[in-house]
Design a protein around this ligand. Sequence first.
Ligand SMILES: NC(=O)c1ccc[n+]([C@@H]2O[C@H](COP(=O)([O-])OP(=O)(O)OC[C@H]3O[C@@H](n4cnc5c(N)ncnc54)[C@H](O)[C@@H]3O)[C@@H](O)[C@H]2O)c1
Length: 251
Amino acid sequence: MGLVEEKSTIITGAASGIGQATARVFAEHGANVVVADVDVEGGEETVADIREAGGTATFVETNVADPGDVEAMIRTAVDEYGGLDVLFNNAGIEGNVAKLADQPVEGFDDVVDVNLKGVWLGMKFGISAMVEDGGGSIISTSSIGGFRGIPTYSVYGATKAGVSLMTKTVANEYAEEGIRCNAVAPGIVETDMVSRVLEEDPSQEEEFLAMEPMPGLAQPEEIANTVLFLGSDLSSRVTGATLPVEGGHLA
Ligand SMILES: NC(=O)c1ccc[n+]([C@@H]2O[C@H](COP(=O)([O-])OP(=O)(O)OC[C@H]3O[C@@H](n4cnc5c(N)ncnc54)[C@H](O)[C@@H]3O)[C@@H](O)[C@H]2O)c1
């Protein structure tokens, strides 16, 4: 019996990196997974991998910043899998990586739209479905950049701090309805996002490798397993938390 057996689960940003790894881990543990992403090819690849391994998944093209898309994403879980038990708001973009005054004005809205409004929309439409279904677990992806003022990540960090605060608010607002709301805060994870940053500024590699006391970079599966814990009944008394998964960086 899997840890999330038959749980109807939506994962955004599941075409790549942390979201893709989480979709696979949830499916391995018995969940019925809605893979949501703007990237159709990557999303369909995630679904194909899951089905090949004997799991259950479906893809829905979703821009998390678009209210209509997010409503349709939630409806897909309800229609296909009979409700909504777990929602992982994970889609995110890094935006412009530069010191604040050097950042172009263009790009600011995109980061806020995807990283903050996207999480808000997921919560807004997801909560209604969960309340009808007797509760559920919402998890969102924050970052160590939401705890510390890491140079060149001012806008990104502000959205991630916002995700953690929104998580606390929702935990308070919906505890009585049986909804738990938590976040994970990864450090540096070996995904396309980090490759993009290093392509633009290779000098950050040494800094990335030195950031966490534990050696090397985190793998997406290590974040996925923490999300699995938060999505499962193993974390039945955990709500309002942002769990750091960062090799001891914040310590
Ligand atoms: N990689 C890291 O070191 C790291 C560290 C801390 C936090 N995070 C966060 O983890 C999450 C996942 O990032 P990742 O590292 O796996 O990166 P990634 O680039 O590999 O994956 C991000 C996914 O989000 C999707 N996406 C982007 N904009 C979208 C939108 N508007 N609607 C729907 N999907 C969209 C992309 O298509 C992609 O599949 C992000 O929220 C990121 O901020 C990553």
